[in-house]
Ligand binder design. Structure first.
Ligand code: FEO
Ligand code: CA
Ligand code: CA
Length: 699
């Protein structure tokens, strides 16, 4: 263990769960202090209505018939043949073969150290940190000289999603990272208030959002990776909220909801923001979720009256001119003022697809996958060849979704196949989950006590919202459903979940795992009470939801489910670890991102550890006798959240994103609460961890 204990400053102010209030403000605009945006009157056992919706869905589907599309996608989807040839065949997305191995590392204990802690026998290193050069010739970070131009060529702030895509064998790779949000208090010297920032500083913040693509090289044949340096870095790229152009695809592209003064056709957006988690597709692109976009807008009070309920459903204030905590981006770009440009908010909240192998390609926002506070999207190729993307809407009492493509995935890495696969997310069917427990409602008492059948489990259906251009929601067009997907979910009585974050299928089994981070409002006041899928009142620690599609078919419209892990201190009787001996299990709180190694072990990172220790990364087998044997693999520095994670296909490298280190109320650049990673002030960074003996993790 490479521990360097450091004295922690006496700063801080509790936010929600285990998060500091500074994180609550900057990361999600104090979402938990606002009323729950989902005011829909969904009974949690609306089975009669649900059955009716399903029946109608089937009838209409029959009337529509099969929709067959040609291969012609948008121009934006076209990759150069040279780029396609770089894609290694071993991309995620198709079922992997092999035998699951046990996780052999020794769990590390909870701690509050201002350092990255990994198990004995492992080492770790920073790969990229905020301000590191991305584009050739970019300057390094100098916080006294920072400009939007410099930041647009450097690694952005607050890295979240991490993808590592093989490039030319196993010695080079492309690192693709989301930069979710900025914390101006920790970025700018002499910060006093967001209002007092110069317009250029606002533009620095906009440029620090988005994504980075960075070419990596393996270090000395080990599991360590480092950025390639030099003047020829053709793949390295910055995508920002400030200036990058995106093309809309799918049924809502060009619709009235997406049209603005600057884009009267409703086909092109500038920038992406609050990109949280994401996924790597089987065809070698990256999907990224636009999450808490609401906090970037002012002027909701001046928006058209008819639009206000729709804005409010996405957490945008319709009563204040400048909501508390607003990022004030309208000072740099007027489009963030909804009183003047009421449709601009509709141009965020999408799943974004980026082709890192074609640096000239235009990123796309896929309207067919709906508009929500997208945590991310993870794709699996179903048995019939269609691709299925699983998605969560990260808000208390919001929903789980899946998208099934119309077209089938073409295997192989030919330019033809890649061009085809780049269009897969442009047309398909969007579903929302309706979840039902199999135990009597009276046995779900909100305490976390297991019902008499010994499991939180049951069945569920995928309710069809839209298929191609056809809506299945009464009173809503396809463009309505896709632009206001939360309202469509309300209308069909989807199940209100405890903040569905990352949702990812296991490529070994096809089973799907979703992190329900927490929900402090479950069963509190007039909010909905517990149900079997969200069984604890005032759910502080969250749980893992396992979904098994009917017949193992990821395109199926029904499923069974269970909760293999109900998080918290194992000594807390409300916790559950698949029946495994709790004495051998690590405490875990607020699961956020999930990932798999090639052996099929489930890796879980946490956000907001309500047990009082630093956030971390955990792993457990999810099949066999070791199911539930959860062990802590690493912890991140003081004030940080663990994001990523990403385990490379050879299992020799575990990447993680250290997001918002030192984000503690009262901290500043001059008075940091964390000095990780360089000993001066806190910098978000992507790290890699590897086994010193060169072996794979978990086998
Ligand atoms: Fe950006 Fe849902 O966490
Ligand atoms: Ca049950
Ligand atoms: Ca997250």
């Amino acid at each position: 263990m490479t521990e360097r204990p450091r004295l922690l400053p006496l700063l801080g102010q509790a936010g929600h769960s285990g998060r500091d209030s500074m994180t609550c403000l900057y990361r999600c605009g104090n979402a938990c202090d606002h009323p729950v945006p989902n005011k829909s009157d969904n009974p949690y056992l609306g089975d009669v209505v649900n059955a009716e919706m399903s029946r109608r869905g089937v009838v209409r589907a029959g009337a529509v018939g099969a929709l067959v599309l040609g291969l012609g996608g948008t121009a934006a989807a076209t990759a150069s043949p040279a780029a396609a040839a770089e894609v290694a065949p071993a991309m995620p997305g198709t079922l992997k073969k092999g035998k699951a191995g046990p996780l052999t590392f020794k769990a590390i204990p909870p701690n509050r150290l201002d350092n990255l802690i990994v198990p004995n026998g492992y080492d770790s290193a920073v790969v990229m940190r905020w301000g590191d050069p991305v584009l050739p010739g970019a300057p390094g970070l100098d916080v006294t000289k920072q400009t939007a131009k410099r930041q647009s060529a450097q690694f952005g702030y607050n890295n979240d999603f991490v993808g590592v895509l093989p490039l030319r064998g196993d010695r080079r790779a492309l690192l693709v990272v989301n930069h979710e949000y900025t914390n101006e208090e920790l970025m700018f010297p002499g910060f006093t208030s967001l209002e007092a920032l110069t317009v250029d500083q606002v533009e620095v913040a906009m440029a620090a959002h988005g994504l980075s693509v960075v070419e990596l090289e393996r270090v000395d044949g080990t599991g360590q990776w480092q950025p390639v340096r030099g003047r020829h870095l053709p793949y390295n790229r910055r995508i920002t909220a400030l200036a990058t152009s995106f093309a809309f695809t799918g049924p809502a592209a060009g619709s009235a909801w997406l049209r603005t003064a600057a884009d009267p056709k409703g086909t092109t957006a500038i920038g992406t923001l609050n990109n949280c988690s994401g996924g790597v597709t089987p065809w070698g692109t990256v999907l990224s979720g636009e999450e808490n976009f609401n906090q970037y807008f002012v002027g909701g009070d001046g928006a058209p009256e008819a639009l206000k309920p729709k804005l409010a459903r996405y957490g945008i204030s319709t009563t204040a001119r400048v909501p508390a905590g607003s990022r004030r981006w309208e000072r740099a770009q007027e489009r963030f003022d909804l009183a003047k440009h009421p449709h601009e908010a509709h141009r965020f909240g999408w799943i974004v697809e980026v082709d890192p192998f074609d640096p000239e390609s235009r990123p796309r926002k896929h309207t067919a996958l709906g508009r929500l506070k997208h945590e991310g999207a993870n794709v699996i190729v179903a048995k019939n060849g269609k691709v299925v993307a699983y998605m969560g809407d990260d808000e208390r009492f919001d929903y789980l979704y899946k998208f099934v493509s119309d077209k089938k995935y073409l295997p192989g890495d030919s330019a033809y196949a890649r061009r085809h696969n780049l269009t897969l997310l442009e047309s398909g069917t969007l579903y929302v989950a309706k979840v039902t427990g199999d135990s009597p409602a009276g046995e779900i008492d909100g305490s976390g006590k297991l019902p008499s059948d010994g499991a939180f489990d049951g069945t569920g259906t995928w309710i069809k919202l839209v298929s191609g251009n056809r809506s299945y929601v009464p009173g809503m067009t396809a463009a309505d459903v896709l632009t206001f997907t939360r309202l469509a979910g309300d209308a069909v009585l989807a199940t209100k979940m405890d903040r569905p974050e990352d949702v990812q299928p296991s490529l070994r089994t096809g089973k799907v795992y979703a992190a329900m981070t927490n929900n402090s409002n479950r069963g509190v006041g007039t909010n909905p009470g517990p149900d079997e899928a969200n069984p604890r009142n005032a759910n502080k620690h969250g749980h893992i939801f396992e979904l098994v599609e009917q017949g193992g078919d990821n395109t199926a419209e029904s499923f069974t489910w269970s909760l293999p892990i109900v998080c918290g201190d194992p000594a807390d009787p409300s916790t559950y670890f698949a029946g495994y001996d709790k004495a051998a299990v690590s405490p875990i709180s607020c699961p956020d991102n999930v990932a798999f190694d090639s052996a099929g072990n489930l890796w879980i990172s946490t956000d907001g550890n309500a047990l009082g220790a630093n956030d971390g990364l955990f792993a457990t087998a999810i099949e066999g006798s070791e199911r539930g044997h959860l062990k802590q693999f690493l912890t991140v520095p003081y004030g940080a959240e663990t994001c990523g994670p990403f385990i490379t296909g050879d299992d020799r490298s575990v990447f993680a994103a250290v997001q918002h280190p030192g984000e503690i109320t009262g901290a500043s650049l001059e008075k940091p609460a964390s000095t990780w990673p360089d000993g001066d002030f806190a910098k978000p960074a992507v790290v890699v961890t590897w086994r010193l003996d060169g072996g794979p993790v978990g086998s």
